[in-house]
Design a protein around this ligand. Structure first.
Ligand code: ADE
Length: 239
């Protein structure tokens, strides 16, 4: 497998945060099997001064500190080869979606830049054609937890990571729908019963029930996904 492993290069001020949760469970097993590789690189390695300064005050004033473009550029250049697309995790970025995750998982490698403080100098984003990506409309204290989420989403798509091929293709986001509700034993829990249809053994009825539940959940919880799903259905019937 060596040489062909999907590689995540993470440029960070906190390399000890990695692999963190990525060393456990599915991602952890796949890491141990060399299905993917992780290089967490300390950005401070690329500082020329003895104080190992990575940031400075923002031009124009304002609170906080900004990470310097020269240091970040050297860190990007110093990463492994191939490094693939360079992504910066930031709430200013394009919201990450499953289609983007699929593209990143299909690349041989990705490089993730994790910011701390106020952010990073805009010029390195331009010069290195860095893609800015957000994992949601909330503020994290740094890019590292977002990088962990993004890597996890990619790794589970790599061949050999998730066991049953079906568990990937059946999933909500792959179909454009939220998942239907799930039930297991006991059949009667504190008087709450499992829906009869799931006990019927009638596969077609179960499939139809699950689709109806997935559609209902998507319609009420995620009108944005519902509109996209509806229009994709209309397009499909036109083909
Ligand atoms: N860094 C801080 N907040 C973030 C977010 N919501 N997404 C990605 N990176 C971030």
């Amino acid at each position: 497998m060596s040489g062909a492993s999907w590689t995540a290069v993470v440029l960070t001020l906190f390399p000890e945060m990695f692999p963190g949760p990525l060393g456990q469970s599915l991602a952890g097993k796949a890491l141990a099997q060399d299905i993917w590789r992780l290089e967490a690189i300390d950005i401070r390695r690329f500082t020329p001064d003895k104080h190992r300064t990575v940031d400075d005050t923002p031009f124009g004033g304002g609170p906080g500190m900004v990470m310097r473009p020269d240091i970040l550029d050297a860190a990007i250049a110093g990463g492994a080869d191939p490094r693939g697309p360079v992504l910066y995790l930031t709430p200013r970025g394009r919201p990450l979606g499953q289609a983007h995750v699929r593209r990143l998982a299909a690349a041989p490698a990705i490089t993730l830049l994790c910011g701390r403080y106020e952010g990073i100098d805009e010029r390195v984003i331009e010069a290195r054609q860095v893609e800015e990506v957000s994992i949601g409309d909330f503020l994290l204290s740094g890019g590292e937890p977002a990088a962990i989420c993004l890597i996890d989403a990619c790794v589970r798509l790599l061949p050999g990571v998730v066991g049953e091929a079906q568990s990937l293709t059946d999933e909500s986001f792959e179909q454009g729908l939220l998942e239907h509700p799930l039930y297991t034993r006991p059949q009667d829990w504190c008087g709450r019963l499992v829906p009869d249809v799931l006990l019927s053994g009638h596969h077609e009825k179960i499939r139809a029930w699950r689709l109806a539940e997935a559609e209902a959940a998507t319609r009420t919880r995620r009108p944005d996904l519902w509109a996209r799903y509806r229009s994709s259905k209309v397009m499909a019937t036109r083909d």
